[in-house]
Each structure stands twice: as structure tokens, then as C-alpha cells.
Design a binder for this molecule. Structure first.
Ligand code: AMP
Length: 249
């Protein structure tokens, strides 16, 4: 089984994002970037399936600028075999990414495509679902556990208040949730080894994909600043404030 894993370069989750002064988006100048955390989980799962003898090859793919090579190298250091960069300077919205991934899947013929459930920069949560629709493949989102059983996949999904187990025929698309696994740390020897692993660069034009944006961001705003808390002497004072100041009761 060949596995294709989609990885996105996003603002590091430890960094507090700042909105640009004109409200047109998040300021990415001199900001630390990293692999989207849910995609690290997807790479880890693919590498574990390979280590368990369930997968023959793990190919990682990213769409974005040349700097996306960094996250692809990290994925190679985690144990992926090969990388594909679809290089573009354009703003790539989920539909465009899904079309690019579908075109890469048509070339690579994977039996499983793993994606994160959500990119932590745009919080779209759309790409996996759109990819499955474009390919006409079954999909399981929010994976908590993935088990391969011949030509079938059993995926346990995180749903409100519990878990759901579904069976899908391969080829399939799966998106990862937080508790699927804990990604490994990359070691220096593996970073060195990753430098020698193959990385192919393609373009949206070579894949015949129109990546033109379909929606326009009108405005991005910071969440309102939190007001400071205060101590109240007793329950009566609390009720008085909730009723007359906050007006919530
Ligand atoms: P989104 O639908 O934007 O929240 O992203 C969901 C998942 O799609 C991510 O966790 C990635 O696995 C994948 N994805 C989104 N954008 C890209 C991209 N530019 N390159 C590669 N994978 C991506």
C-alpha cells in the first residue's frame, strides 16, 4: 500500500499571530513557521503503518512557496520516503489544494491519502473532504485510530461525546484528529539522511490545475481584549453584578 500524506507549512502553533494593521490578514513577516500539527500526526501514522509492514512507500506532498521544502524535509526526517512540492506563489485556497492533491494522486496512485483535519492557520477543515469528492473515494474524517484489513480500512472517528467506527474500501481519504498518535521528534542523523531523499518539484500548470481563488477575505480582526477580573465579597454582590452590570441573569 502506497500512502500519500499532505503537509502544509503554517505559522508555528507556539507563536501568537498578529493581524496586519490594514486588517487584510495575519502578519507572517519574520514569524516562525512549522508543519501543521495535524499533518505531523498524519506523517507519523503513515510512517507507523510502513514500520508495521502495512505500507510500502510514504510520499509527502505540499503546495506552496519554495519554503514549503522545509516541512517536506521534516516529514522525510520523520521517515517518509519521497517528497513532492507543488510550487506556487499564489494564495492557495482549500479547493485549489484539493485539486492539486487530486492531480498528484492521479500520478502517484496511492491507496490511502492522509491529511490533517484542519490547517491551524485558516481553520478551513475542507481540503480532505473536497479531495475525497474530487477523487470519488470514501473518506473518514477526524481519525482516532486507523486499522488496515486487506483491501479495507477500519477507522475509529472522534465524534461529539464518543467514538464511531467505520469501514471503508481502499483507496480512501482519511483526515487525522489530535489523539491518533504522538508524532516522534526528528533526530539529527535522520535530518541528515533526509537531505539525500528525493524531492520533486511540480507546478499547478504542469498538473493542469486552475488555482484561482474562489473567495475573498474581507477582513481579519483580533479577538476583543479580555477585561480584567475582579473579586466580589459575597454571592449577593455577584448576583447583583451579573444582573445589573453584565445583564446576563
Ligand atoms: P484545511 O482544509 O485548509 O483546514 O486543511 C486540511 C488539511 O489539508 C491540512 O491539515 C493538510 O493536510 C492539507 N492541506 C491544506 N493546505 C495544504 C497545502 N497548501 N499543501 C499541502 N497540504 C495541505
Amino acid at each position: 500500500m502506497k500512502i500519500l500524506v499532505a503537509v502544509k507549512r503554517v505559522i508555528d502553533y507556539n507563536v501568537k499571530p498578529r493581524v496586519k494593521s490594514d486588517g487584510s490578514g495575519v502578519d507572517l513577516a519574520n514569524v516562525k513557521m512549522a508543519m501543521n500539527p495535524f499533518d505531523e500526526i498524519a506523517v507519523e501514522e503513515a510512517v507507523r503503518l510502513k514500520e508495521a509492514g502495512m505500507a510500502s512507500e510514504v510520499v509527502v506532498v505540499s503546495a506552496g512557496t519554495a519554503q514549503s521544502q522545509e516541512v517536506l524535509r521534516t516529514a522525510l526526517a520523520m521517515g517518509a520516503d519521497r517528497a513532492v512540492l507543488v510550487q506556487s506563489e499564489a494564495e492557495l485556497q482549500p479547493l485549489a489544494v484539493a485539486k492539486l492533491l487530486a492531480a498528484v494522486a492521479a500520478r502517484e496512485n496511492p491507496q490511502l491519502v492522509l491529511l490533517g483535519k484542519q490547517a491551524i492557520d485558516n481553520d478551513a477543515g475542507q481540503t480532505g473532504q473536497k479531495l475525497a469528492a474530487l477523487l470519488g473515494w470514501p473518506q473518514a474524517t477526524f481519525a482516532f485510530k486507523v486499522e488496515v484489513d486487506g483491501q479495507q480500512l477500519a477507522v475509529t472517528r472522534e465524534i461529539d461525546g464518543g467514538l464511531e467506527r467505520v469501514a471503508l474500501d481502499l483507496p480512501a481519504v482519511v483526515t487525522t484528529d489530535l489523539r491518533l498518535n504522538s508524532p516522534r521528534y526528528v533526530t539529527l542523523p535522520n535530518i541528515m539522511k533526509a537531505k539525500k531523499k528525493p524531492m520533486e518539484t511540480l507546478s499547478p500548470e504542469a498538473l493542469a490545475v486552475d488555482v484561482a481563488p474562489r473567495l475573498k477575505v474581507l477582513e481579519v480582526t483580533e479577538p476583543p481584549a479580555r477585561k480584567g477580573g475582579m473579586m466580589v465579597p459575597d454571592v449577593a454582590a455577584l448576583i447583583e453584578k451579573l444582573r445589573n452590570e453584565a445583564k446576563v441573569i
